[in-house]
Design a protein around this ligand. Structure first.
Ligand code: SAH
Length: 237
């Protein structure tokens, strides 16, 4: 990282990107909890991170929800707080390094001489499998796991179309794709999967009292999810 001396004077603090885990505050790491208990400011992603994760913060901690902020507003908030406080936390859902715009936030901080540190978290794929008492790997079935998403507004790089990834016939964990179950079925059939392939969907894995588990096949999982009203915050495996 670039620590230009003239920039460095600007900032007193560091920004910690802390993985809040999938929802249950008990799944936060001890390191994350200790940092929260010493934080001067915390910016949490309100739609996906439970406010309960901030319960360990000091009473005078400057806490804000980033739900309605743009990326520029988020980095602006983090920069202004890092000029005032020693420990500033960006609480991210699951693990910060998966679909979390981590690099997009670190770069502008780095440009003004603010140091970033990342604390990993339990990603929702792990929490979903745990919720269903399932294993990601199984001898003689698969020894490989792919974390991916289906192409939506964010284009998929070459070679990462779902049908190509699915041709490995390994475990697929699909983030951000619950509204795209029709496309998933089409792509997996192209890759030679049977309509009877088992599919697991977990909504709000680990959220106390809110978790939903739906099991089905490639053929019927979409109807089952619609029947359960599952349209967001769900993992497909
Ligand atoms: N960084 C996060 C992922 C952010 S992208 C992580 O590591 O989990 C947001 C997507 O993650 C959602 O669309 C959904 O697919 C998944 N997700 C997040 N929290 C979830 C939860 N508690 N249960 C199931 N899926 C979840």
């Amino acid at each position: 990282m670039n620590h230009d001396a003239s920039c460095k004077k600007l900032s007193a603090g560091k920004v910690w990107f802390v993985g809040a885990g999938p929802g249950d505050p008990q799944l936060l790491t001890l390191k994350g909890r200790d940092l929260i208990s010493q934080a001067g400011a915390i910016l949490y992603a309100g739609s996906l991170v439970s406010k309960a994760a901030t319960q360990w913060a000091p009473v005078d901690c400057d806490i804000a929800d980033s739900s309605d902020m743009t990326l520029e507003q988020i980095t602006g908030w983090l920069i202004s707080r890092a000029q005032r406080y020693e420990i500033v936390i960006r609480l991210q859902t699951g693990d910060p390094g998966l679909y979390g715009a981590l690099i997009e936030m670190i770069q502008p901080l780095d440009a003004v001489g603010i140091e970033s540190v990342v604390v990993p978290g339990v990603t929702s794929a792990m929490a979903s499998m745990a919720a269903a008492c399932e294993s990601l790997t199984l001898p003689e079935v698969t020894q490989t796991v792919i974390f991916t998403r289906v192409e939506g507004r964010t284009p998929m790089p070459e070679g990462e179309q779902l049908a190509e990834l699915a041709s490995h016939h390994c475990t697929l964990c699909m983030y951000l794709s619950i509204t795209l179950l029709k496309t998933i079925r089409k792509e997996l059939l192209i890759a030679g999967w049977s309509d009877q392939s088992p599919i697991l969907v977990v909504q709000k894995a680990s959220w106390p009292g809110e978790q939903k588990i739906v099991r089905g096949t490639l053929a019927d999982i979409r109807d089952r999810c619609i029947a359960e009203g599952i349209t967001a915050q769900a993992m497909i495996v």
